[in-house]
Design a binder for this molecule. Structure first.
Ligand code: THG
Length: 369
């Protein structure tokens, strides 16, 4: 790797929590939705171990919100996803891929329903605001589409419940998975959801006024001190073990929604109009040519990826690997890879090309079996 420096200027938006992230010794950032997103404060294995045993507070403000509000809000949100949003209750969030008219994945956000006619699309890394504004204008919808001043913090790990109970009382445990309430922490209004980008459980706290960012951070941090709270970031090892795919790496606008393993999040026969209906029906009929798969490669830890690794079988290129980490739980390298459909069944043996060298790998199911 070539160590280099990221220049921070106003064009690279800062988060509401940046000062604390620097105070706590951030080691690296990535860029996400034109903002900084902390990546590491210690080694990946060290942070993974802590996340699985204790509790971490993450600055995930780069998960921006696109607010859609107004009489046509539901119609607009229905149009951009094959998931049935009419079934999403006020106070609920759903994981709903955004899909264009060619069936290609535009983003894979959570969608929160704040009121019958008000949604937050909590986005991964792509310019959803411009996409949705364009559709609203083109269709003449009676809605407002804008980016509100909202910054999510994630509190993740087995002790997240203890921290939140100390802050807000036992009743926070009544919030079910993927539900949220509106409340206050340290005198600042927040949306508090049972969600987060790890399999370790916890909450997401949506700050609604950047000026209160440090006060909110400090209040949660103080409550976490007796539970050995640390900061951290979405963890590569943990997300591979849990099976969380990252938009822009594992799938992107080049991939059809039916190739990405999203079936359980789609309601392709939903009553509402949506722009990917015809493309999805066509690909369902023809069958998909590729599929996002889980791969295991035994042996020593492989390096990180700067670009996709080719996956071959014999002398044929059969896919691309996009994420890789050595898992302490499975004692092997776990990978996500988009593979040709004829090598996508569990048990298929393939070869990864890592810096010119061949590494054996086996396709497995979504539980890494
Ligand atoms: N939280 C919030 N916004 C986000 C993310 C987040 N925006 C960007 C990105 N992450 C969106 N992608 C995902 C992908 C998976 C999940 C959440 C956001 C997730 N999946 C669970 C799983 O796969 O086990 C559960 C999905 C379900 O059952 O519906 O949590 O993290 N605010």
């Amino acid at each position: 790797m070539h160590p280099t420096e990221l220049v921070l200027s106003p064009r690279l938006r800062k988060t509401a929590f940046e000062e604390r992230v620097f105070d706590l010794g951030v080691q690296s950032f990535t860029i996400y939705n034109h903002m900084t997103l902390p990546v590491s404060f210690s080694s990946n294995p060290d942070s993974y171990q802590h996340l699985c045993e204790h509790v971490q507070l993450w600055d995930v403000a780069a998960e921006r919100q696109v607010e859609v509000v107004g009489p046509d809000a539901l119609q607009l949100v229905e149009l951009i996803t094959p998931r049935d949003i009419s079934k999403c209750a006020v106070g609920q969030c759903v994981y709903a891929p955004l899909v264009d008219d060619d069936g290609l994945v535009v983003n894979d956000p959570l969608i929160l329903r704040l009121a019958e006619d008000r949604f937050w699309i909590s986005i991964a890394d792509s310019d959803v605001l411009l996409w949705v504004k364009g559709i609203a204008y083109g269709r003449g919808f009676d809605v407002k589409v804008f980016e509100p001043d909202v910054s999510p913090l994630a509190l993740q790990g087995p002790k997240a419940n203890d921290v939140m109970v100390d802050l807000l009382g036992e009743s926070v445990l009544d919030i079910r998975f993927f539900r949220f309430i509106e409340t206050e922490i340290a005198g600042t209004p927040v949306v508090l959801a049972r969600s987060g980008w790890s399999g370790q459980g916890g909450f997401e706290i949506y700050l609604q006024n950047s000026a209160d960012g440090l006060a909110l951070w400090d209040a949660v941090w103080q409550a976490g001190e007796k539970y050995n709270i640390r900061t951290g970031a979405p963890n590569l090892i943990e997300r591979l073990e849990t099976g969380l795919k990252s938009y822009g790496s594992d799938m992107s606008h080049g991939d059809h929604v039916l190739e990405c393993g999203f079936e359980q999040y789609l309601n392709v026969d939903k009553p509402a109009e949506y722009m990917s209906r015809d493309s999805i029906a066509r690909v369902q009929k023809e069958g998909v040519k590729r599929r996002l798969c889980h791969l295991i490669a035994a042996g020593d830890p492989l390096p990180g990826l700067r670009e996709y690794w080719q996956v071959i079988q014999g002398d044929q290129v059969v896919g691309r690997a996009s994420s890789c980490a050595w898992s302490p739980k499975y004692k092997a390298n776990l990978l996500f890879a988009m593979l040709s459909i004829d090598v996508s069944a569990p048990g298929a043996e393939v070869t990864l090309l890592v810096g010119g060298a061949g590494v054996d790998a086996v396709v497995c199911d979504e539980q890494w079996n």
